[in-house]
Unconditional design. Structure first.
Length: 296
């Protein structure tokens, strides 16, 4: 694999590290199986692309994408909390609806960004060589987000959110407003997914209505695989493992697709993803059994 392909896998992995943090919040912290991520990821890309084409500042467009993704998460939470729709079904309904919403927003299936000013073009004046510019930029962005994310989970609100996911009955008995925390948690989770979609659209130079398909699987692969590779117990270690897992996932996919002996093409990426998730689940179960002193 060439250096350019390797750096491309790193930068994409860093972007999906943001998605993995969102998936960790919904699945692991809140214990809420949220599939809205597939829709909110593309929603963030669509909003960013349309606003940039209309002349918006790329950072403002990215901020609006995060807000749009957060709104998608709020809709899922509202369907579950107010209308008593099963959490998994509520997320599927929102995800399906977002597919049509994204087409409406973009007025078509695709919006190109070639020749448009993006967040990457705004840092080109720093003089960093082109192959290294995007990885270093996304490393800086992911680091800042991870620090804020880890701090939040250790805050009083983050502790209450963790209690809500662990034991909502006990949390309510101690005065925790669990419904508000579920709303906030899904808003943050899908806001991070939309943030990732926004950055990926600006990196690839286009937003596409299908770019969110399979995002939740990649996020779960990063969360599960990261936990298997870095068997941490603290929140700092667990959240860092999510980002690391996303990077490793994309590097392995790039290696598999670039290995001529395997004969894989870009259309086989779902097969590689399924295999990686299975391996991650197997290693995760083995590691858990070992920590508990049981046979895997």
């Amino acid at each position: 694999m060439s250096l350019v392909a390797f750096l491309g896998a790193i930068e994409t992995g860093l972007i999906f590290g943001l998605v993995a943090l969102g998936v960790f919040l919904s699945f692991r912290v809140l214990n809420f199986p949220d599939l809205t991520v597939d829709g909110s990821f593309a929603f963030g890309a669509a909003v960013t692309a349309v606003l940039i084409v209309k002349g918006w500042n790329p950072y403002a467009a990215t901020g609006m994408a995060i807000a749009a993704g957060s709104c998608a998460g709020l809709i899922t939470a509202t369907l579950h909390l107010r209308l008593r729709v099963l959490n998994l079904l509520a997320s599927i309904l929102t995800m399906i609806a977002l597919y049509s919403v994204n087409i409406r927003v973009m007025a078509g299936p695709t919006v190109p960004l070639l020749g448009q000013r993006t967040v990457l073009s705004s840092v080109e004046h720093l003089g960093v060589p082109n192959p290294w510019l995007a990885p270093l930029f996304f490393l800086a962005v992911s680091s800042v987000v991870w620090v804020i994310y880890a701090w939040f989970l250790h805050s009083e609100t983050g502790l209450a959110m963790r209690a809500t996911g662990a034991n909502p009955v006990m949390a309510r008995a101690n005065g925790v407003r669990t419904e508000r925390l579920v709303l906030a948690g899904l808003a943050i989770s899908n806001g991070l997914a939309a943030f990732g979609g926004s950055l990926l659209a600006q990196l690839q130079g286009a937003a596409d209505v299908t770019m969110g398909i399979g995002t939740i699987i990649v996020g779960l692969a990063a969360v599960i695989g990261g936990a298997a590779l870095i068997p941490a117990r603290s929140l700092v270690g667990l959240t860092l493992a999510c980002v690391f897992g996303a990077i490793v996932y994309h590097v392995i996919v790039a290696l598999a697709l670039n290995a001529t002996t395997l004969g894989l093409t870009a259309s086989d990426v779902n097969i590689v993803t399924a295999a990686l998730v299975c391996v991650a689940l197997a290693f995760s179960g083995t590691a858990t059994g070992a920590r508990q002193g049981k046979k895997p």
